[in-house]
Design a protein around this ligand. Structure first.
Ligand SMILES: CC(C)(COP(=O)(O)OP(=O)(O)OC[C@H]1O[C@@H](n2cnc3c(N)ncnc32)[C@H](O)[C@@H]1OP(=O)(O)O)[C@@H](O)C(=O)NCCC(=O)NCCS
Length: 186
């Protein structure tokens, strides 16, 4: 058994609501993606630190695909939940939706996964986090998917590192053919 104990998923779930004010807009009048990313990082920290009952850092963020733009005046709601825990890491799943008050339409903005790692505040080394008590089929499904994503993340990082190591610019010149680039003369 994990010496840090076990906690339910529900005990660290967080909901964050924020009104999209005009100062959040980009030049096109929509909300900056960076504003949403910052809120996602904030809720990921809150959720992970609540589960770990201590200091955490963001180790990685999976791809963030904005499927719908967010308008100024809409209410953004972020839902965060710990999907999976390893020894010191936690995968926090975050769902973001935006609501237009005038017509009540709710749009899905994006879903993403943050990996947060619990650290000892003095040594700054990773520390064990409590395990998860899984109370429903949905929580079991999320845990299994989180475990799979962790494995895929590691494999992907290793693959990129191997490709980079083996890369020879001379051999890659052929890859430039047909790409949107040109070699500077001189
Ligand atoms: C994240 C960090 C603590 C990992 O440290 P490390 O010495 O590599 O730790 P370990 O190799 O022992 O890994 C610890 C855990 O983190 C996970 N981890 C490490 N790097 C990771 C990454 N890039 N993505 C996802 N998980 C990662 C490991 O899988 C491991 O999980 P587990 O304990 O549940 O099995 C370290 O890289 C760090 O401090 N990074 C900076 C984080 C930060 O400052 N974030 C804010 C940016 S402004």
């Amino acid at each position: 058994m994990n010496e840090a104990g076990f906690r339910t998923v529900e005990s660290s779930q967080v909901i964050l609501k924020e009104l999209m004010v005009p100062s959040y807009a980009n030049f096109g009048g929509k909300v900056h993606g960076g504003v949403i990313l910052s809120l996602m990082d904030k809720i990921a920290y809150t959720c992970a630190a609540t589960h770990a009952k201590g200091y955490c850092v963001t180790a990685s963020v999976d791809s963030v695909d904005f499927v719908n733009p967010v308008e100024v005046g809409e209410l953004l709601t972020l839902y965060a939940s710990v999907n999976y825990v390893g020894k010191s890491s936690m995968e926090v799943g975050i769902k973001v939706v935006s609501e237009d008050f005038k017509n009540g339409i709710v749009k899905h903005t994006n879903t993403s996964y943050f990996t947060m790692v619990a650290l000892d505040e003095e040594t700054r080394k990773p520390v064990a986090v409590p395990g998860l008590i899984l109370e429903s089929e949905e929580e079991i499904r999320r845990f299994v998917m989180g475990k799979l994503r962790k494995k895929l993340r590691r494999a992907h990082q290793q693959e990129i590192a191997d490709i980079r190591q083996a890369l020879s610019v001379g051999q890659e010149m052929a890859e430039l053919k047909g790409e949107n680039c040109q070699l500077a003369r001189g």
